[in-house]
Structure formats: structure tokens, C-alpha cells
Design a protein around this ligand. Structure first.
Ligand SMILES: CC[C@H](C(=O)O)C(=O)SCCNC(=O)CCNC(=O)[C@H](O)C(C)(C)COP(=O)(O)OP(=O)(O)OC[C@H]1O[C@@H](n2cnc3c(N)ncnc32)[C@H](O)[C@@H]1OP(=O)(O)O
Ligand SMILES: [Co+2]
Length: 134
């Protein structure tokens, strides 16, 4: 069911500082910030030869990463995003196996304009999983 790792996400308290660090210290190519109010985050992507790193900053009062940053104020690894061919088939298979699909269970459109879903970290060894249909 799982395809490639689409991205690894890191929650950060200050996106501009994180971008400067990835660009100037690590020498990476970083996209322009993209506000995603529906998801409560502003994101940039660090383009790497084999995958991407997504840097996430909270946006708005109900950001899903606010509680995460309260626990880890300096930032930290937030989720891994795997590609799937058919997100509805993946969702139904996961739900049948007892995994908790977050939200109302319906895919939302993510940062790449593709449908995404999230799976509860307690069901996957303490790691929040995002699925993206490609
Ligand atoms: C889609 C746009 C963009 C893209 O790539 O296209 C993005 O990736 S946006 C990313 C931000 N969106 C989300 O994270 C949506 C899914 N997240 C959620 O629904 C919540 O954040 C949730 C359910 C993971 C946690 O929310 P809750 O209010 O329940 O927070 P708690 O602090 O009570 O957490 C419960 C439990 O889970 C542990 N936890 C929370 N977040 C993470 C995490 N990122 N990785 C690992 N574990 C996490 C938390 O520590 C609690 O564990 P416990 O054992 O109870 O202490
Ligand atoms: Co993501």
C-alpha cells in the first residue's frame, strides 16, 4: 500500500529562522512560505535529491502543531508522509484494521494540491503518519 516517503515534517517555532538555517547553514534549496489556513500551518519545503523536508510553523488559534510545540518549544520531528496510489482504499483498509484516521475521515487537499489524511501517532509507534495520494 505504501509508496515513497514524500516528506518528513519538522515543526518549528520560527519559520524564518528555520529557513535561514536550512539555506545558509545547510546549503539547501527552500521554497517560499505557503500559508495553509485550513490546516493551521505555514509551510516551506526543503528540496532534497531523494525526498523533501517540510518545515511547519503554527498558523491561527487552532493550529494542530501548537500543542506539539508547547511540549517541544525548540521544535522537533512532527510526521512522516508516505505516498499512496488510492487514498480512499488506503483509508478503508486502515480503518478496517483498527487504525484511527484523524479528522472526519475524509481527505483534505494538502500543500501539494493532492488529497491527504493523517493517522493517529498512538497507532503507529508514536509517529504521526500523513498519507498523500500521488
Ligand atoms: C496537510 C498540510 C501539510 C502537508 O503536508 O500537506 C501538513 O502536513 S499540515 C501538518 C499539521 N496537521 C496535522 O498534524 C493534522 C493531524 N494532527 C492532529 O490531528 C493532531 O495534532 C493529533 C491528533 C496528532 C494530536 O492532537 P491532540 O489534540 O490529541 O494533541 P495531544 O497533545 O493531546 O496528543 C495526543 C497524543 O499524541 C501525541 N502526539 C501528538 N502529536 C504528535 C506527533 N506529531 N508525533 C508523535 N506523537 C504526537 C501526544 O504526545 C499525545 O501522546 P500521549 O501519549 O497521550 O502523551
Ligand atoms: Co505534511
Amino acid at each position: 500500500m505504501l509508496g515513497r516517503v514524500n516528506h518528513i515534517a519538522i515543526a518549528v517555532p520560527d519559520l524564518a529562522a528555520a529557513v535561514a538555517s536550512y539555506r545558509n547553514v545547510l546549503g539547501a534549496r527552500v521554497t517560499e512560505p505557503q500559508a495553509l489556513p485550513e490546516h493551521g500551518v505555514t509551510v516551506v519545503f526543503v528540496d532534497l535529491p531523494n525526498t523533501k523536508v517540510e518545515l511547519l510553523e503554527p498558523l491561527g488559534e487552532t493550529s494542530p502543531i501548537a500543542a506539539f510545540l508547547q511540549k517541544s518549544p525548540g521544535g522537533g520531528m512532527h510526521h512522516v508522509c508516505y505516498e499512496v496510489d488510492d487514498i480512499l482504499a488506503a483509508r478503508d483498509r486502515l480503518a478496517a484494521s483498527g487504525a484511527r484516521v484523524l479528522g472526519d475521515g475524509n481527505p483534505k487537499i494538502g500543500a501539494h494540491g493532492k488529497p491527504v489524511l493523517f493517522l493517529h501517532p498512538r497507532d503507529f509507534f508514536g509517529t504521526l503518519i500523513e498519507l498523500e495520494e500521488v
